[in-house]
Design a protein around this ligand. Structure first.
Ligand code: 6PG
Length: 472
């Protein structure tokens, strides 16, 4: 075995880990991998081609001893207990000042716990969300690191080399202390859930009301991807719609069971938004829709119990324009909610996030990359106090010119019994957020009526309580 020391260590040689370490080696750094599975270790060594550039072992001691000091060890293993187990396996072999990076989708509170635990052992630890799936890991992901800045700086040259580039700028930046990196990745995934739900709704209504064939839909999404809706998710939707079924006739998408799975990051985004008191209904409903989709048996039973009116058909071409505008509108609203959550979380957890930087490192490499993110990053760089992009004057036109179509499409969906919950929630959020008067005065009166919870008045300062019943 080659005895020279390697620049970078990686634990977990599944698809993401193997691709990430190959990416590191492609960028001129030497790298050493570790996995308990001997087949994965051999596969990497074979694929790496040159053991002095990229090597691997099933033995943790060999792995740790092969790394240059301070050791830089990235974990790319499933979130949860496996991360703790991986930490415990390397820990006894490390020296003070070595660095462990969690590159998985860990819950941010786990990252905080691990950071303090490892700090007490003299080990520097930080979380870095990695987005872009297997291809991104191999050829350029978006990386979202947080935690100790000086620990990040040790790894910065490697991360900047492997990250995706947007017009030459690497899609990685130090985001903030503690779990800032994992938190930003969590909200990235929440936005991902929202955009995916919206795309599926638009696909559904076009198909059912416009009678579009899969070939037509493929053309539509691929055209949209050349315009203002340009984004990874619209692009892959066009690709998916183009895939013929190799096990039967027709297109593969039409054969896929309509039950969506989830690993939890979208749910965590919603749970934490509730804790922070931040409304993100476009993301919440995307989580709920995955849950409803899982109730397949009940859905089939319910479908037979209730009658369904025939769906009206709309002229091809007409609905296409409305759908493009509605999707663009709802994409903006979904990013607005996620970024607003980041703004509030930044205050609550003292992350000191720069939202322009966050939007910038999402412009390439990650799953929610989209042309829109350039406009979003500019809005935040013009005004670092901005919390919601709907308050940026440049977004007013984009919204005003598309909200009418969102309304039309929601009406069509409601009239024809086609669920468009992501679009509907986005529209409702917009209507409520832009209302200077909501009927919550009545809720305050009800609260005060039955629970003496008090209320404020519009015409005078102070807190008031009324004996409502005695006024009859
Ligand atoms: C990414 C993805 C990635 C993963 C999601 C899928 O940014 O590369 O978000 O992290 O694909 O975890 O999540 P679900 O299984 O919950 O859909």
């Amino acid at each position: 075995m080659d005895r020279s020391l390697y620049d970078f260590g990686l634990v977990g040689l599944g698809v993401m880990g193997r691709n990430f370490i190959l990416n590191v080696a492609d960028n001129g750094f030497t790298a050493f991998g570790h996995d308990l599975d001997g087949d994965k270790v051999s596969a990497l060594v074979t694929e790496g081609g040159n053991p002095s550039r990229i090597n691997a072992s099933t033995e943790v001691q060999t792995f740790v001893n092969s790394l240059s000091i301070p050791r830089k060890i990235m974990l790319l293993v499933p979130a949860g207990k496996i991360v703790d187990a991986a930490i415990e396996s390397v820990l006894p072999h490390l020296d003070l000042g070595d660095i462990i990076i969690d590159g998985g989708n860990s819950l941010f509170t786990d990252t905080n716990r691990r950071e303090s635990y490892l700090h007490s052992k003299g080990i520097r630890f930080f979380g870095a969300g990695v987005s872009g799936g297997a291809k991104g890991a191999r050829f350029g992901p978006s990386i979202m690191p947080g935690g100790s800045k000086e620990a990040y700086q040790e790894v910065q040259p490697i991360f900047e080399a492997v990250a995706a580039k947007y017009k030459g700028e690497p899609c990685v930046a130090y985001l903030g202390p503690k779990s800032a990196g994992n938190y930003v990745k969590m909200v990235h995934n929440g936005i991902e859930y929202g955009l995916m739900q919206l795309t599926s709704e638009i696909y559904d209504i076009l198909k059912r009301m416009g009678n579009y064939s899969t070939v037509d839909l493929q053309r539509i999404f691929s055209e949209w991807n050349k315009g203002r809706l340009q984004s990874f998710l619209v692009e892959i939707t066009a690709d998916i719609l183009n895939k013929e079924d190799d096990k039967g006739d027709g297109y593969l998408v039409d054969k896929i069971l309509d039950k969506a799975k989830q690993k939890g990051t979208g749910k965590w985004t919603s749970q934490n938004a509730m804790d922070l008191g931040v409304p993100i209904p476009s993301i919440d409903i995307a989580v709920s829709m995955r849950e409803i989709s899982a109730l397949k048996e009940e859905r089939i039973q319910a479908n037979t119990l209730y009658s369904h009116s025939p769906i009206e058909t709309i002229t091809i071409g007409e609905i296409e324009k409305i759908a493009e505008e509605a999707l663009y509108f709802a994409f903006i609203i979904t990013y607005a909610q996620g970024l607003y959550q980041l703004a509030e979380a930044s205050k609550e957890y003292a992350y000191n996030l720069n939202l322009s930087t966050v939007a910038k490192i999402w412009r390439a490499g990650c799953i929610i990359r989209a042309g829109l993110l350039e406009d979003i990053s500019q809005a935040f760089s013009k005004n670092d106090k901005l919390s919601n992009i709907l308050l940026d004057p440049n977004f007013v036109d984009k919204i005003e010119s598309t909200v009418g179509s969102a309304r039309e499409l929601v009406l069509l969906g409601i009239k024809n019994g086609i669920p468009l919950p992501g679009l509907t929630n986005s529209l409702t959020y917009f209507d409520a957020f832009t209302s200077n008067k909501l009927p919550l005065n009545l809720i305050q009166a009800q609260r005060d009526y039955f629970g003496s919870h008090t209320y404020e008045r519009t015409d005078m300062e102070g807190v008031f309580h009324t004996e409502w019943e005695s006024q009859k």
